[in-house]
Write a protein that binds this ligand. Structure first.
Ligand SMILES: *Cc1c(COP(=O)(O)O)cnc(C)c1O
Length: 395
């Protein structure tokens, strides 16, 4: 992409980043370069393979020009120094944990974190002698009191992708940095479009590209971006040691998704917020969990730090009866039951956060469902939810 004097806007970046038609026969999209073996010109070139690892490639696991088209574009979107691509969002989360923590170290992990991240701490890190303390997502600067001599990382996710608490990321970063501890963030919900993680002080910004970047429910991808070259090299070394990588075909699909990401995200965000407001106060609904709703406990922090909201939110149904929740979910025709989110189609999953909490117990009355709002007509989605609630109340 040609560099003008003026800094381009995000949509311009999404439309053009990673595309180099002048170097590619005028073809708009980067080709899919598939590779295991990368040849060296001569022995002198072979001797330089070590340096090439950080900025180029020497073997297929480093990626190919297709991978670099994607990671370069994401890096610009994030405003970082380097981006690494992984085979899934979860692989992108576990990488910094493995890289920065070793036996005897301590990790501060937000209590509202994505379930599989918690499972990794409890099963794998514990087995390796790393201690995890879960902290209250509402703690903010108070995390300073939990930092120990051996604390090596503070991990955040805001809002929590099941219960939607918003964290005070700048306060947490200030507290952690004051003690020389880096901060990682799972920024999958807002994406760099709606929350500037690195700009707010985060050292390692993580996105499950599976969700809004891919956007079409047909790929798995994780992305890790740092704002510091030393950190980038450290994570890259661990990635190479582990052997995780993503196929160039997936990167090409992700680049295609990226072109429309801004449009999709804004549309889905608006539709989700309208549905959330419409659900609030309806018969059968106890509480709607969506930080962009005025009156939500996280609303003030969301307003201060975020520039938009995405298409995922929670609804606490006004029932304690699992059969009533099942009747609601089963009655839905457009919201199909399924994990993942960020795709073009609406989804619903029942969720029970209580067993996943320890620092701030989940005591909400009523049963939770999580909705992913897709690109369908808003009135159709509303009608679907209306008939679901009717069915639930008739039970
Ligand atoms: C889905 C998700 C992930 C993991 O992404 P995968 O590609 O499915 O492994 C990580 N964090 C959050 C918040 C997610 O919703």
């Amino acid at each position: 992409m040609k560099q003008g004097g003026r800094k381009n806007g995000t949509d311009t970046l999404l439309a053009h980043a990673g595309s180099e038609p002048d170097d590619n026969f005028g073809i708009v999209n980067p080709p899919v370069y598939r590779a295991s073996t990368v040849l060296f010109k001569d022995m002198a070139d072979f001797a330089r393979r070590g340096e090439r690892r950080y900025s180029g490639f020497s073997y297929g696991t480093d990626g190919t020009p297709t991978t670099f088209a994607l990671t370069g574009a994401v890096c610009r979107l994030e405003g970082g120094v380097g981006t690494l691509a992984f085979s899934s969002g979860l692989a992108a989360i576990t990488l910094p944990l493995i890289s920065l923590l070793s036996s005897g170290d301590h990790l501060l992990m937000v209590d509202s974190v994505y379930g599989p991240t918690r499972r990794f701490c409890d099963q794998v890190l514990r087995g390796f002698g790393v201690e995890t303390t879960y902290y209250d997502p509402l703690l903010g600067a108070g995390v300073a009191d939990l930092i120990r001599e051996n604390t090596r990382l503070v991990f955040t996710e805001s809002p929590g992708s099941l219960t939607f608490e918003v964290q005070d990321i700048p306060a947490i970063c200030a507290a952690a940095h004051g003690r020389g501890v880096p901060v990682a963030m799972d920024n999958t919900w807002a994406t760099p479009l709606f929350f500037d993680a690195l700009g707010h002080g985060v050292d390692i910004s993580i996105q499950a590209g599976t969700k809004y970047l891919g956007g079409h429910s047909d790929l798995l991808l994780g992305l890790v971006t740092t704002r510091d070259q030393e950190m980038f090299k450290r994570l890259k070394d661990t990635k190479d040691a582990l052997g995780d990588c993503v196929a160039p075909d997936v990167c090409s699909l992700a680049l295609r998704g990226m072109r429309t990401m801004g449009l999709r995200l804004r549309h889905q965000g608006r539709a989700a917020l309208e549905l959330a407001a419409w659900l609030q106060g309806r018969d059968g609904v106890r509480r709607v969990l969506h930080p962009a709703l005025a009156g939500d406990p996280g609303h003030d922090l969301w307003r201060r730090d975020f520039t938009g909201s995405s298409g995922l939110f929670g609804v606490v149904l006004d029932t304690e009866d699992p059969a009533a929740r099942a009747a609601f979910v089963d009655a839905l025709e457009l919201f199909r039951i399924g994990f993942s989110w960020g795709g073009f189609e609406s989804l619903v999953v029942p969720a029970d956060p209580a067993p996943l909490r320890s620092a701030r117990p989940w005591r909400e009355q009523g049963l939770l469902v999580r909705l992913n709002v897709g690109l369908e007509d808003l009135e159709d989605l509303k009608a679907d939810l209306r008939q679901g609630l009717d069915r639930m109340r008739k039970l």
